[in-house]
Ligand binder design. Structure first.
Ligand code: BGC
Length: 947
């Protein structure tokens, strides 16, 4: 069944937004796929001010925050030549009495500029603004002010005490969620109030009956024993003079709930805890602190069970109306006990919390052959269901969740393994009741309902989509609806699996921070969303959970605890410790991620070196290998098995290579030289062991060639040969044979080495195993296995068959970079210089991608109309680009009516084979020319891929 669904509404909003952005950004009127950009007088100004990646963050604990801005400029080719920042403790003093003024600094850097003023105070707000000068010395006006607010920078700033509800619990199973409350009195003339809070287990805070903040699953998931996040909330508006009440509901969450596929509970501890501190500041300068202490009271209420995997049991008859308001009678409540202070350090979040991001209405109600009533949300999603129901008190409505229906059309939950995903709601009666669960999430498209009073209609449920509130940064679209659906599936896979940490899957009893999956998907992730803070947070846990000898556990945070069993580290998985910091550095141009991770990166490479020993061939230990690669039952070809030791040595080399580069970036010259030399030696060892004299690899698989080419492990003379063998294998098999490790770079290695059409053929293949096979079978997310659902509609083994696993979505990186052409220049990371190199093919008539880079929006695209090719390029101010025009003759290209290179903004245009290479400054360009040979080849690609 084909299910192609495009967010056309949001696309058109995007395009309109883009048009209006141009109105500000560019005076030169051009068209972007037919959209005219009007003229505008705004010459040069700043917008998008961010402190440490966030807009006006509250609760920042770095002592040297860094500030970034985007430049909007009317003229093409705008570069910053200097900037000035000023910081003040109130916005009115920025001009008159700044706390710090950087002075005019000659610098082209417009992102991550460090604060350089006096030491910052805890819980204080700092306003800042900036102005810049362009390359010809013109100044922008001062930007509108932005601010950041510090968190509690010293342990001594906390006067609260850890408390735990004094309730009798059976910690061998799930317990009702405790509720904690305390009243307190405040006087008039409050100038500000902040609530600082963290917990062992999850917390949802209330103040005077109102929910505090809209973050969910707080304080998120970190390696709780080592790092515990606290949140800062501005609660000024929720307080009133007189008696107030604070309330907290606690959930088992990742701390002590059912977690991991071994059925374990209490991974971090048995007792839930709360640590909160309300700081009220008065106009006269007084401060009042209300912290967690023995005056709090505890009870349980309607949440009888709430568990990440298993769902929630809620009895609305047990609600305690008004419990977080002043005046509630809590005499029957229990007390609380002090809890030993956890050893973890308290840290402010650098990522965004999980929030309600979207709502989905069911598209239909089904009655299955087995007699179940099932809602279909039309999209495999992650979150929960909002139920709207009315009926007699005591009626129990049960919601079960599933990703798929089986061949017979029945509700299928076997692939959830031991995750129950059951939500049960008991009505209180007396009118319409609206309910959402609390400390659980489900991965599902279908919802089976029973016990509903009356006949449920489509209005009975709404899917609430939950994920980390990451700004969506990328768009990708082509003329091929199936490929667009693949992009949609990749994005939904990211939504479903970027729930506070990067997970493998969101539905079965796993949902863990599997390192391999995150490693292969991270480049794609950084196109689709701003994942800078998200990965910065998780990488801190990678470093925290690394063992003293440098082994990186399979999952982070490490709840599998295999570190001591010699099974902690697996090649391609644990290399996440080096690869993801490097990927983030490339995507965001932030060296601090390398600074923070360097020790962990180095320790991991040293671990690999110790494993490999003198031979430099890593042959020991347990490895997942090219997980889930193509298998057959054919007697003469059991499948594409790549030797695990070849993979392990290849990754050892690659991590060493990246470590050497990172050392170079950080100015660690000696390390850079040593690890470069080590890389060369591993490369030599690899060649001696795994490459024959004629350039054949000992594992003659696609994955082996992909890794050897991608990681630069072959002598230059043998690279063409290896690429040819790779292409031959693809053609011989007629499809990919790669697993988790070979797939990400497969298409890129083909296109980079002269086999672009093979890469397109793989992308467009609709038969198993391929990306579009899933799309053809109605997938709305990316599957874990190429044959999750087989051609005969039966399923793969239920013990491992997720329909929402992002790993194979790693092809998204190639789609952005090669199909649409939007590339990082590794020498100037963070898109300071962009390489726009679209490579048309596959019978498409257009492809386009855009990305909100740290400097502003960049876009790359092409459109073929007969033989006429239009290449569009959007280059943000204060960056430059190299634009490759394929199939072009320099004298034939026109840009905005002018020949090259005289068109404004273009500094150089050179012919290189059949490509024209253009150096351009910021601006919005459209290059037009006839490319008959290329057009014929692209159309031929269509023939080769249609059957
Ligand atoms: C997970 C993966 C993971 C793998 C290890 C699976 O159970 O879902 O995606 O990487 O185990 O090979």
């Amino acid at each position: 069944m084909l299910n192609v669904k495009l967010d056309t509404a949001s696309e058109s909003i995007k395009i309109n937004k883009r048009a209006s952005r141009y109105a500000i950004a560019f005076v030169a009127t051009t068209t972007y796929f037919g959209i005219a950009a009007p003229l505008c007088a705004q010459e040069l100004h700043l917008e998008g001010l961010r402190t440490e990646y966030q807009q006006n963050p509250v609760g920042v604990d770095t002592r040297v925050p860094r500030m970034s801005w985007r430049i909007l400029a009317a003229r093409r080719g705008t570069m910053q030549s200097a900037y000035e920042i000023r910081v003040a403790t109130d916005s009115g003093s920025l001009q008159r009495a700044p706390l710090w003024d950087s002075g005019k600094l000659q610098s082209m850097a417009s992102i991550l500029r460090p604060y350089g003023g006096p030491a910052l105070h805890s819980g204080a707000r700092y306003y800042w603004q900036a102005r810049v000068w362009d390359e010809s010395g013109r100044a922008s006006p001062w930007s509108a002010p932005a601010f950041w607010e510090t968190g509690l920078l010293e342990r001594a700033d906390w006067s609260a005490r850890w408390i735990t509800p004094d309730l009798v619990e059976d910690t061998t199973r799930a317990n009702p969620s405790p509720m904690l409350r305390r009243e307190f009195t405040v006087s008039r003339d409050i100038s500000s109030a902040r609530l600082y809070v963290t917990s062992l287990g999850l917390n949802a805070m209330e103040l005077n009956g109102q929910r505090v903040g809209d973050g969910l699953f707080r304080p998120g998931w970190t390696s709780y024993d080592k790092r515990l996040q606290y949140d800062t909330y501005d609660v000024t508006a929720l307080l009133r003079p007189g008696v107030n009440a604070l309330g907290a509901t606690l959930g088992d969450g990742w701390y002590r709930g059912h977690l991991g596929f071994e059925g374990k509970r209490n991974n971090y501890g048995k007792r839930l805890g709360l640590f909160a501190q309300l700081v009220v500041r008065y106009a006269d300068g007084r401060t009042q602190i209300v912290g967690t202490d023995e005056q709090w009271k505890a009870s349980t209420g309607p949440i009888l069970m709430s568990d990440i995997y298993d769902g929630e049991t809620y009895d609305a008859r047990l609600e305690k109306s008004g419990w977080s308001r002043a005046g509630y009678d809590d005499r029957a409540w229990h007390g609380v006990r002090q809890l030993d202070r956890p050893t973890a350090s308290l840290v402010a979040p650098v990522s965004r919390p999980v929030r309600r991001m979207q709502e989905l209405k069911p598209v239909r109600i089904l009655h299955t052959p087995a007699g179940e009533t099932v809602f279909d949300l039309g999209q495999n999603m992650v979150g929960w269901v909002r139920l709207t129901v009315s009926g007699p008190a005591g009626t129990v409505v049960r919601l079960r969740h599933a990703e798929v229906l089986d061949k017979a059309g029945n509700f299928y939950t076997e692939n959830l393994r031991d995750a129950a995903e059951i939500v049960s709601y008991t009505l209180k009666g007396g009118g319409s009741e609206v309910y959402e669960p609390h400390f659980t999430f489900q991965g599902f498209r279908y919802v089976a309902i029973d016990g509903f009073p009356g006949t449920p209609t489509l209005d009975a449920i709404t899917g609430i989509v939950l994920y980390s509130d990451l700004t969506s940064t990328g768009t990708f679209e082509t003329s091929n609806p199936l490929v667009n659906q693949l992009q949609h599936n990749i994005v939904w896979g990211q939504r479903g699996n970027f729930l506070d940490i990067p997970t493998d899957c969101p539905q079965r009893d796993e949902r863990l921070g599997w390192t391999g999956d995150a490693q292969v998907f991270s480049p794609t992730a950084a196109f689709n969303m701003d994942v800078s803070g998200f990965f910065a947070k998780w990488l801190a846990d990678v470093a925290a959970d690394e063992t003293p000898d440098g082994a990186v556990p399979w999952v982070i945070p490490d709840v599998l605890g295999r570190s001591n069993a010699g099974m902690a580290a697996s090649a391609g998985w644990s290399d996440v410790a080096v690869i993801v910091p490097w990927t983030m550095y490339q995507a965001y141009g932030d060296t601090s991620v390398l600074v923070r991770q360097y020790a962990s990166m180095r320790a991991w490479v040293e671990y690999e070196r110790a494993q490999a020993g003198d031979s430099l061939l890593w042959k020991k230990g347990f490895h997942f290998g090219d997980w889930l690669a193509f298998q057959t039952t054919r007697a003469d070809y059991p499948g594409a098995t790549t030797d695990k030791d070849l993979i392990a040595t290849a990754y050892f080399a690659h991590s060493t290579d990246l470590l050497a580069r990172a050392a170079g970036v950080l100015g660690r010259g000696e390390d850079a030289r040593n690890y470069r030399a080590l890389f060369e030696r591993i490369r030599g060892a690899f060649q001696r062991e795994y490459v024959t004299a004629t350039g054949r690899l000992t594992s003659n698989t696609q994955t082996a060639y992909v890794l050897a080419l991608d990681f630069d492990l072959l002598p230059n003379s043998l690279r063409p040969d290896a690429a040819r063998r790779l292409s031959e294998d693809v053609r011989k098999m007629g499809h990919l044979t790669t697993g988790f490790l070979g797939t990400p770079a497969l298409t890129r290695m083909l296109s980079e080495n002269g086999y672009l059409e093979d890469a397109y053929r793989l992308l467009l293949n609709e038969d198993y195993p391929s990306w579009l096979y899933e799309v053809r079978h109605g997938a709305t997310t990316v599957w874990e296995r190429w044959d999750g659902q087989k051609p005969d509609s039966t399923f793969q083994e239920s013990s491992m068959n997720s329909f929402n696993h992002y790993a194979y979505g790693a092809v998204g990186d190639w789609m952005y970079r090669v199909v649409a052409g939007l590339n990082i220049d590794p020498a100037q990371p963070g898109y300071k210089h962009v390489v726009l190199r679209p490579q048309p093919g596959g019978g498409f008539t257009y492809a386009t991608a855009s990305l909100q880079t740290p400097y502003g929006e960049a876009a790359s695209g092409w459109k073929l109309d007969g033989n006429r090719l239009r290449i569009t390029a959007l280059i943000p101010a204060n960056t430059s680009a190299t634009v490759h025009l394929p199939g072009a003759r320099v004298e034939q290209v026109r840009e905005n009516g002018s020949a090259l290179p005289s068109t404004s903004g273009v500094t150089r245009a050179t012919q290189s084979g059949d490509t024209v290479v253009v150096e351009a400054g910021s601006g919005n360009y459209e290059f037009v020319y006839d490319a008959p040979a290329l057009a014929a080849r692209v159309r031929g690609g269509a023939k080769a891929t249609t059957r």
